[in-house]
Ligand binder design. Structure first.
Ligand code: 5GP
Ligand code: ZN
Length: 114
């Protein structure tokens, strides 16, 4: 999608601090980190919100989760603990409408989330 910020990051049209990429997904550091480690994992294909996913996307969602797990290991936060967050729509805090999995770690987190 021409006007989508994360499509631009995925295509390389906009620079970001990429920590991992493959044919299906890209992971890069959040520009406004909410924890010492804050990485966003996105599909290369544009999907606006989680509500737009279908059964055919099960493998893609699974890969994004497994990539997050591996990055957590590589960042050294796997054993202490980390949080994965999908925000869906504005009521949950979604501000960029290309789905992204937040990987947060390097500090302790409260529950319930704010
Ligand atoms: P949301 O609020 O939609 O769940 O998360 C969007 C995230 O994207 C925010 O944490 C925000 O800091 C991050 N973000 C917004 N614009 C950019 C950008 O241009 N580059 C990077 N790396 N992160 C961005
Ligand atoms: Zn997009």
């Amino acid at each position: 999608m021409a006007d989508c910020l994360f499509c631009k990051i995925a295509s390389g049209a906009m620079t970001s601090d990429i920590v991992y990429e493959d044919e299906n997904c890209v992971a890069f550091r959040d520009v406004n980190p909410q924890a010492p480690t804050h990485i966003l994992i996105i599909p290369r294909r544009h999907v606006g919100t989680l509500n737009d996913l279908g059964p055919e996307d099960a493998a893609l969602v699974g890969e994004l989760t497994l990539v997050a797990k591996q990055i957590a290991r590589d960042e050294g936060i796997a054993d202490d603990g980390y949080r994965l967050v999908w925000n869906c729509n504005r009521g949950a805090g979604q501000s960029v409408f290309h789905i992204h999995l937040h990987l947060l770690g390097g500090r302790t987190f409260g529950w319930p989330p704010g």
